[in-house]
Design a protein around this ligand. Structure first.
Ligand code: GTP
Ligand code: MG
Length: 199
């Protein structure tokens, strides 16, 4: 699959003010600073489509991006959803609780999401909070979606470290937004989840 175009559609704070669920969606989920917004830019080959920052807590809203792609002769349309990162400490407890509530409700109600990309930092592959999010998704009553673990920032690993990570996580995808490694694998995974598997 080749991405032809991608554009920002809307930001929203919760389920109720989101765009209609008229396309299949890809959700980018993960801890704050793991590289969600950067991966959206890499995925679409658009440098500043999603706002990324070295300061955690950059994405505070749910952002929707519409994508046009091509597979063979076929033109495809789908949507990317950039989500606020979890585990961001520098907000008040009440603000964090409100977010978590909004985000949880959003994830439950957003039936258009057909693949959750669960991003994990390749340098910290065993964080419990990442496992908890995975379990949370696995417990959803509906099963018409795919959960795909994606290890980010693999450019920060040595060859040996990357080899070990791959052996320990045989079904994961390994990407680097700085070197574009893993992009083709990710594109194919998303294509198959949206247009062939999760129906
Ligand atoms: N070395 C390296 N740095 C990366 C990579 N991807 C993202 N980064 C850096 O990690 C930082 C966070 O990236 P973001 O894309 O803003 O992370 P996010 O998950 O969207 O963060 P929040 O919006 O706070 O949830 C930025 O400084 C990026 O430049 C990567 O593949 N390799
Ligand atoms: Mg972000």
């Amino acid at each position: 699959m080749r991405i032809l175009n991608a554009e920002f559609i809307k930001s929203s704070t919760k389920s109720a003010d989101s765009v209609p669920q008229d396309f299949a969606e890809v959700a980018f989920l993960g801890r704050s600073n793991v590289g969600k917004s950067s991966l959206i830019n890499t995925f679409t080959s658009k440098k500043a489509l999603a706002k990324s920052s070295s300061t955690p807590g950059k994405t505070r809203l749910i952002n929707f991006f519409d994508v046009t792609a091509q597979e063979g002769e076929e033109k495809l349309k789908f949507r990317l959803v950039d989500l606020p990162g979890f585990g961001y400490a520098k907000v008040s407890k009440s603000e964090r609780e409100l977010w978590e509530e909004n985000l949880t409700k959003f994830l439950y109600e957003r039936l258009a999401i057909k693949i959750f990309l669960l991003l994990r930092d390749a340098r910290h592959p065993k964080m419990e909070i990442d496992d908890e999010v995975k379990w949370f998704l696995e417990e959803f009553e509906r099963k018409d979606f795919v959960i795909q673990e994606v290890f980010t920032k693999i450019d920060k690993l040595t060859k040996n470290e990357l080899g070990a990570l791959k052996r320990n996580n045989p079904t994961a995808i390994f990407v680097s937004s700085s070197s574009k490694v893993g992009l083709d694998t990710l594109l194919e995974r998303v294509h198959s989840a949206l247009f062939t598997e999760a129906r």
